[in-house]
Design a protein around this ligand. Structure first.
Ligand code: FAD
Length: 286
């Protein structure tokens, strides 16, 4: 398997506490040392605001010179404020955006985001209409089906609509079953999608958190992984050792099949992602 560091990306979230902001420069430096292709920074997840996303993006760019891609969501946005943000990001030299619907408030009865953009495809089309090809656009993909999908086929068709609206590529929700990814990628290829579908990879750090996230986002934690993690109880070191083993094997399987890259959900911790990097023998600079 021949890969370069530039095929890999790292996702951060804007810190939620003053202590998190203090640690951010070191976190960025530690991750930047392996020279990933780009960093992306979430928006809205966990209540973060766009200033937090913007400030984190700027820190990445100023500290490392590595490309940084803000996430933008339909939820909580109007055409006017998306237009303002796009201009701000463009002025700051940003060339890549992750365009999403965003998570709906738990009280929502509909699958559509409230406001002016209801689904990610509308946001993609708006960015393309207003900025042409200036921004490379990434969207989200769900090999194990989006949790609010009406049915699997409708979900897949919605994904195709989003890609055809002008996305340059997609990053998947995390998964532990490589076959779900390969099946999804094969369906995309059959449907004529040529843009890269990059697997999103979640390190395993904490059993309760992983099971909670996975239930919310529709990621399947296979029974054998769940039972083994649960049997380790509060023994964090064993959970992380086992997690690193399982996720390393998953990445090896994906890389052997020639996936176009890997996007790591770092959870704002450098070491678990760098541990996977070392286990995989990935290059330190591309
Ligand atoms: P969409 O593609 O709009 O799909 C949402 C749902 O609507 C699906 O069920 C789909 O089947 C259906 N659908 C789509 N289009 C249509 C249509 N035209 N008509 C009818 N139904 C349709 N969340 C955040 O809040 N902030 C983040 O920063 C963030 N980053 C993420 C990064 C990645 C890589 C991933 C995979 C997810 C991220 N999320 C983030 C979570 C994401 O916002 C949620 O999963 C959200 O519920 C769906 O977003 P989407 O862009 O995939 O939505």
């Amino acid at each position: 398997m021949s890969v370069t560091a530039s095929q890999f990306s790292f996702e951060l979230f804007p810190p939620r506490t003053p202590a998190g902001w203090e640690k951010l420069p070191k976190l960025i430096n530690d991750l930047a040392a392996v020279r990933p292709g780009f960093f992306s920074v979430t928006y809205g997840a966990g209540g973060s605001d766009q200033n937090g996303t913007y400030d984190t993006i700027m820190k990445v760019v100023e500290q490392t010179g590595i490309e940084a891609a803000p996430h933008l969501t339909c939820v909580g946005s109007t055409r006017a404020n998306i237009a303002t943000l796009l201009q701000q990001y463009r002025d700051a030299g940003v060339r890549r955006i992750v365009a999403l619907r965003g998570d709906l408030p738990s009280t929502s009865m509909s699958n559509a985001a409230p406001g002016e953009f209801h689904f990610a495809n509308e946001l993609v089309a708006f960015i393309r209409d207003t900025h042409g090809d200036h921004f490379a656009l990434e969207v989200a993909a769900y090999p194990e089906i989006h949790p609010q999908a009406v049915n699997p086929e409708a979900d897949f068709q919605a994904f195709l609509t989003k890609m055809r609206a002008g996305a340059h590529g997609a990053v998947t929700q995390y998964f532990f079953n490589a076959d779900a990814y390969f099946d999804f990628a094969a369906r995309c290829q059959k449907a004529g999608i040529e843009q890269p579908i990059v697997p999103g990879i979640m390190p395993i750090l904490n059993t309760a958190q992983l099971l909670r996230f996975s239930a919310a986002c529709g990621a399947d934690v296979p029974r054998w992984i769940r039972l083994r993690l649960e049997a380790m109880g509060d023994d964090r070191a064993s959970v992380q050792d086992f997690g690193a083993e399982v996720v390393t094997r998953l990445c090896e399987t994906l890389l052997k099949q020639g996936v176009p890259g890997v996007h790591f959900y770092t959870l704002n911790q450098a070491e678990p992602t760098l541990r996977l990097w070392r286990n995989l023998g990935l290059p330190v600079s591309g």
